[in-house]
Design a binder for this molecule. Structure first.
Ligand code: ADP
Ligand code: ZN
Length: 216
């Protein structure tokens, strides 16, 4: 199964991706996670990307596309399938991805489009906490960890992303509407778009997954 997951920040792309990974075993590639890893390692690419990420703007297409292309080419675990989360985010990226995947004979099966409303997005993102070690997601009201500040899965430290503040979230939302929303039409045109209501709670994901994979 080869998928991309599209949707506004806070629609639950990361949670859906993790549920799909648990259900199907396909690898989860998040460009946000890849970029945060580069920033943590203070690589040239990470340092270059940081200024865009901290302000909520998109990292330039060629940097992100290079990161994804390297991953797709070098990671043999992806032969079983993969799910791209947070990429593509612009029409240029969508077209480049198509070209890269054609070359690798790993073309997409579906593009999953997760829609969510602004009040829900704001609440999800401002309360979000992430495990520094394994990337697991928690929430200050919706999904509290058993012990404050500590990951249930690995005991790692939970933190709040620097870009999960109201001002940066608004910028990310504007960027999404301008650059990313239009590419849903691109995938609708190729007949592989599957739409999902992102306002639904995580518990409904099982139903959603069945809908995607059995309802074809
Ligand atoms: P979210 O989906 O919650 O906004 P991500 O973790 O996917 O967060 O991305 C965080 C930031 O990383 C984005 O705001 C953007 O600056 C950068 N980024 C991630 N993926 C891409 C991409 N495909 N193209 C450009 N920038 C990206
Ligand atoms: Zn963890």
């Amino acid at each position: 199964m080869k998928l991309v997951v599209l949707g506004p920040p806070g629609a639950g792309k990361g949670s859906l991706a993790m549920a799909i990974k648990a259900a199907t075993g396909v690898a989860h590639i998040s460009t946000g996670d890849l970029l945060r890893e580069e920033m943590k390692n203070e690589s040239d690419l990470g340092l270059e990307a940081k200024k865009f990420i901290d302000s909520g703007d998109l990292v330039p297409d060629e940097l992100v596309t290079r990161l994804v292309e390297n991953k797709l080419k070098s990671d043999s675990t992806l032969d079983k399938g993969y799910m791209l989360d947070g990429f593509p985010r612009t029409e240029v990226q969508a077209k480049d991805l198509n070209r890269i995947l054609k070359g690798l004979e790993k073309e997409l099966d579906y593009a999953i489009y997760l829609e969510a409303s602004l009040p829900i997005i704001l609440k999800r993102l401002t309360g979000r906490r992430v495990c520094r070690n394994c990337g697991a997601l928690f929430h200050m009201t919706n999904k509290l960890p058993k012990q404050e500040g500590v990951c249930d899965q690995c005991g790692g430290e939970l933190y709040q992303r620097a870009d999960d503040n109201e001002e940066t979230i608004k910028t990310r939302m504007d960027v999404y509407l301008k650059n990313t929303k239009p590419i849903t039409d691109y995938y609708r045109g190729s007949g592989i778009l599957k739409e999902i209501d992102g306002d639904a709670q995580t518990e409904d994901l099982q139903r959603v997954l069945t809908q995607i994979f059995d309802g074809r």
